[in-house]
Structure formats: C-alpha cells, structure tokens
Design a protein around this ligand. Structure first.
Ligand code: GLC
Length: 493
C-alpha cells in the first residue's frame, strides 16, 4: 500500500522552537507516523535561533515573493533532514528574524498570515512534495484550509489535498479585524461571514480551522467532550457542536526516550522498577541541595513544572499554599509566565524559606530533576487539553495530584483506598480546599509508606502506565484514512 503523504504545519516544533506542549507533540508525532504507513514532512517558520543554530545544515531551496494585499513579501524556503524526517522552513527576516517565537499580538496575526500563505505557496513543486493531507495545529495555522479553498481550488491547484486541524488549546484563537485579515489574506467576501471565518463579526483563525478542515482533533477524549460545553468552549462551543461529527479526541503520548529514568543524565542515579526507591532518594537529595532547601528526609517533596498562567490553577494553590506547607511538605516550582504569580510565589517563599523554592525561569534539565526527585506532582489546572507533565512525572514514579479535567482526567486514575488501585490523586471541582484536602490525604499516605504498601503500589502503577505514541498514531491514521475517503464540493469562482 502506498504511504499517506502528510505535511504538518505548526508554529512550534521541538527541538527547533518551543514554548509549550505543542512543540513536544510536533517533535515526536511525525517520526511515529512515519512508522505507521505515512510519509510525514514538517514545515515551520525559520526563527532567528534556528537560523543561527543550524546555519550550515540548512539547505536553501528557493525564494519567491508572497502576495499579501498590496504588499509582496520575500519568502525563502529551506530544508533540513534529521531523524528520518524532512523539515522545511519559511524564511523572512522581518517576520521571523527574532529571538522569540511570539511577539506582539497584532504583529503575530500578520506574521502567521504570511506564514500560512508562504506554506501554501511552497506546496508541490518548490518543496517537491504534494501532500495528500495538510495537518494544521492551533490558530497560527487555522486559515490554511480556508486559504486553499479561496486561492487554490478554484484555479485547479492542489484540489485533492485534504486538511486535518488539531486544537491544542482552544483559549488562544487568533482574532483580528475584518479589514486587516481581508487585506493580509486577500480573502474573498464569501468567506467573511458568520458561516465562514467570522465569529461575532470578526475573523477568528481557530474557528476557520474548525469550519474548513475535513477533520478536527483535539488532544484528549475528555477535552473533546468538554469543549462542546459553554464552560470550556471559549465561545466556540456552538461552532464545535455543529461540527462535532468531525471532532475526535486523541490522547497525546510522551517521548519515552527523552523522559526515561533509566537513561536520564540529569539525575544522580538512574533507576527503573527494581530500584526506584534508591534512585528517587538520590535525586531528591541532589535537588534539595541545588535549590537550597534543607533535607532531613522527613517531609514529602511536591514538584510543579508549569507555565505560570491562570489555566494551571495557580490561584487555587496560592489560596491554600501556606496551610499546605504548614501541614508538612516542601515544594519546588519551576516555570515562567505571569509576573503576578511569580511575585506571589516569591512572597510565599519569604514566609517559608525552608519549605518553598520558586524557580522562575525555564530549564529543561532542572525540570527532569524535579520529575525524578519529587514524591508528588501538582497540576490543579482549570482546564487541560492534554497535559504532558503529569505523564512525565508518572514515568519517573512521581504521583500526580490533578484536577479531573481534559487529559488529566484521562491519564490519572485516582487512588482507591478500598482496592488499592490507581496511579495518582485527583479532585473534581475548581475549589482550593478540595485541592488542599486531596493533597493532605496524599501526604498522609506518604507518611504511612513504611507500614502501608499502597504508596509503593501506586508508584509502580504510575511507572508502568503506557503513555507511548503508538496508540495515538493509530488513531491519527484512522482520521487520515477517513478524511481521504471524503468527497468535497469545490466551489468555482
Ligand atoms: C497545549 C495544552 C496542553 C497539551 C499541549 C500539547 O499546550 O495546553 O494541555 O498537552 O498543548 O497538545
């Protein structure tokens, strides 16, 4: 059977550019799908850091001018093959010659409008690859299905190409004024309606992806259900409900090579199921020393590796953190984000210098040390499309405490004290005291660990849970096959 040719398009792809989980997913999924009847190639912007880092390895393919309203913008196309995957990069100094991936809101809209048009311009002959499917991720690529219908299909180009759109986080939608989008994208009027890309009178790139793609996926089955409700729908639940026939929730996996306590060089002693107690004890001692917290072995250590934004439930934590620390535990929190949360955590640390270490920066090596060293891992998210940290923590034998939402609900089975089953702890409502009581119960179980085998069993269950990518790959393959079987009416201009 011939392979399904897929072009993945994203604003972040690990290891080239990363701010969050999107990059983790786009880093691994192409390679995995390539082992499942697909030939996947990837295209992304050539941000300054990628240019600097991979300068000698990037292969220049061609340059052209991309039309955007009254402007014509230079667009370079480069490629680079690594790990069995071909990557393409769109070059434009004005848009992508910056250290950061995301800049100012309105400029980002323009940057990613350019990117999407440049991607479609490079399709086929220039990149020597005509995909069967374009797989788009998040709002930065949401217009691609619509742009195909606007500028290519009516003129006989790429008419067989189908599109799949994956929502990693519905909250960020890419919303901007009608005139601007019409101008930047030369968008014909027939798309600028509430049936098309407009939501409440303004273009919404996330909505465009949902409306014009042939299949929509999101990153866990529970989130796929939640976003059909007003509470989680971010204003798009109505749109999603009317297109729910093409929505599937596919749980992400984690990179089991990158996150492997048996081989991880960031921890003092590698471990597996047979010697985790020793390995984790060594990791804990080393981490506490590194973050300047005293270690006497009497307190459990709670870890958190998170963007510091409200989605992650930091308000719940701040409400009860003094009481929690006073109950008897230490905490290490690593992440960057809102200044407000960073300041609040620093203030808590001033009150409890021996108990809390806030590390307000990003350091992936320190992250791995925390995954290994902690006894418990906190993720009280208000919503969580999938969440990767809870799965990584479990692989390192660190028990997650999560709110039952989205992918957290789908990956963590709460401890059942009657039959001892489970691989973590969870609570149902957005309620600080539910978080507090659940965490206290987890601490109590930790304290009993020399007499009650439940704790060790939970750790072993967590470490052996299957969070690989094979299942997801099979599911994506099903979506691809379904989409390739669909017929589409192509409007003629
Ligand atoms: C986004 C979501 C997160 C998910 C990740 C990868 O960052 O917030 O829950 O794990 O995308 O899909």
């Amino acid at each position: 059977m011939s392979k399904i040719k897929v072009l993945m398009v994203a604003s972040e792809v690990g290891p080239f550019a990363k701010t969050g989980g999107l990059a983790d997913v786009t880093a691994v999924l192409p390679g995995v799908l390539n082992q499942h009847q697909c030939e996947v190639r990837v295209i992304m912007p050539l941000y300054r850091r990628i240019k600097q880092r991979y300068e000698d390895q990037l292969k220049f393919i061609r340059w052209t001018m991309v039309k955007m309203g009254w402007r014509s913008m230079y667009s370079g196309l480069f490629s680079f093959r690594t790990g069995g995957v071909t990557y393409y990069f769109i070059d434009n100094e004005y848009y992508f010659g910056h250290d950061k991936i995301y800049l100012e809101y309105s400029f980002d809209i323009e940057r990613f409008c350019f990117f999407q048009r440049a991607v479609l311009d490079a399709l086929g002959e220039p990149m020597d690859f005509e995909p069967d499917i374009i797989h788009c991720h998040d709002w930065q690529t949401g217009l691609i299905p619509c742009l195909l219908e606007a500028h290519y299909f009516p003129y006989g180009y790429h008419r067989h190409v189908k599109t799949v759109y994956t929502i990693h986080n519905l909250k960020y939608q890419g919303i901007h004024g009608v005139e601007r989008i019409a101008d930047l994208c030369d968008m014909p009027a027939r798309f600028l309606t509430e049936y098309g890309i407009l939501k409440d009178g303004v273009p919404n790139l996330m909505k465009a992806g949902i409306v014009y793609s042939q299949a929509v996926t999101t990153v866990s089955p529970s989130y796929a259900e939640e976003i059909l409700t007003p509470y989680y729908g971010e204003g798009l639940d109505g749109v999603l409900r009317s297109f729910s026939y093409k929505l599937t929730g596919i749980m992400n996996g984690i990179d089991r090579d990158l996150y492997n306590p048996q081989t991880d060089r960031n921890i003092p002693l590698n471990y597996d199921l047979t010697n985790w107690a020793k390995g984790k004890a060594a990791a804990k001692k080393a981490l506490l020393k590194r973050v300047n917290l005293p270690s006497d072995g009497k307190l459990p250590l709670i870890g958190m590796v998170s963007r510091l934004v409200d989605q992650k439930g930091l308000d719940l934590l701040l409400r009860i953190i003094d009481e929690l620390l006073a109950y008897g535990c230490q905490m290490v929190i690593l992440g960057t984000g809102d200044e407000f949360y960073a300041n609040q955590l620093q203030m808590v640390a001033q009150r409890h210098p021996e108990l809390l270490a806030p590390c307000i920066y990003f350091d992936s090596q320190l992250a791995n040390k925390i995954y290994a060293a902690a006894d418990l891992f906190l993720m009280p998210s208000l919503f969580e499309p999938c969440g990767l940290s809870q799965m990584i923590a479990m692989r390192y034998g660190t028990l997650p405490i999560v709110r039952e939402t989205g992918g957290l609900r789908d990956s963590v089975t709460p401890y059942n004290k009657y039959d001892g089953s489970g691989n973590g702890f969870s609570f149902a409502n957005i309620n600080a005291h539910e978080l507090l009581y659940t965490t206290k119960a987890a601490i109590d179980l930790w304290k009993e660990r020399s007499t009650n085998p439940a704790w060790n069993t939970l750790i072993e269950n967590a470490m052996t849970a299957d969070f690989g990518w094979d299942n997801a790959a099979e599911e994506y393959l099903k979506v691809y096959k379904k989409v390739l079987g669909t017929q589409k009416e192509i409007p003629v201009d």
